[in-house]
Write a protein of this length. Structure first.
Length: 113
């Protein structure tokens, strides 16, 4: 919806301040350096981050190849959140990409919606 200031304000809580959600919003705002700096800190400081959380940041940065690398790893590792890949709104812009379609097909998720 493009309401980035409002989204950042809603995420201005300790549990979200250093999150991939904030990094993605920075990227969507065109704040590439801020997004990359935060993403680097997240990857360095956290013990584990779901790969599926990293991919949308790279998609928002316009780096589809790197995003698909992370997304493929998430599918390969069968991370719990991949079961929602088919309906997750963060992937709406890449649903038509053949790589996305192949990954979703690999998950063998039934159409229930």
């Amino acid at each position: 919806m493009g309401q980035y200031p409002e989204a950042l304000a809603a995420l201005d809580r300790p549990e979200y301040r250093d999150s991939t959600l904030v990094a993605r919003i920075y990227a969507l705002q065109g704040r590439r350096d801020d997004a990359m700096k935060l993403l680097g800190a997240i990857l360095k400081d956290r013990r584990y981050v779901y790969r599926i959380e990293i991919a949308p940041v790279y998609f928002a940065l316009g780096d589809k190849d790197r995003a698909f690398e992370w997304l493929t790893q998430a599918v390969d590792e069968q991370e719990f959140p991949v079961r929602y890949l088919k309906v997750e709104p963060g992937y709406d812009d890449v649903r038509s990409d053949p790589r996305f379609k192949r990954l979703v097909a690999r998950l063998n998720i039934p159409d229930v919606f």
